[in-house]
Design a protein around this ligand. Structure first.
Ligand code: FES
Length: 159
């Protein structure tokens, strides 16, 4: 089960310092959001009213932009992003089982992050290396011909 992480006072101070560079610059919202996400790894919901006020928008307008672009995250993500391919070639070669095993190893569902913020699990459509199906991508590394042993080797955690 994903843990809810709240922004700390220190996080919000960092956000305020970044916002100061974009004061009243409503057209700077996208780079501002990228900068905040680059520093904190996500855009805390507590920061949204501050962002809106800083650049002269209503909070709902700032929230609307964040929701519109899929590259912005309002919950913290893991250090490692695991993407299990759900494309057709991977599916017919056991991708569904691989996904089930990864979920079991990490003890999270799709879209969730492990409580230690080590991993976030996502699924993707074809990643373009169908010949290696079934595939998993961890950060920038593709792991092909996945099987239960390889899943255990990749995610066998020593908790
Ligand atoms: S379907 Fe998985 S890589 Fe193409």
């Amino acid at each position: 089960m994903a843990k809810v992480k709240r922004a700390t006072k220190a996080d919000l101070k960092r956000v305020d310092r970044i916002i100061a560079d974009y004061r009243e610059d409503r057209w700077g919202q996208i780079p501002l959001l990228h900068e905040i996400q680059g520093v904190l790894g996500y855009i805390p919901s507590e920061a949204i009213p501050r962002i809106a006020k800083g650049i002269g928008l209503f909070p709902s307008q700032a929230q609307g932009v964040i929701s519109f672009y899929t590259q912005f995250y309002t919950t913290p993500r893991g250090k490692n992003i695991v993407r299990v391919c759900r494309g057709t070639a991977c599916h017919v070669r056991g991708g569904k089982t691989i996904l089930k095993l990864v979920k079991q190893h990490l003890d999270v569902e799709e879209g969730e992050t492990t409580p230690d913020f080590e991993y976030t699990l996502e699924t993707v459509a074809c990643i373009g290396v169908c010949a290696l199906a079934p595939n998993i991508v961890v950060n920038r590394d593709t792991h092909g011909h996945m099987n239960p042993k390889k899943v255990a080797r990749l995610f066998g955690r020593k908790d």
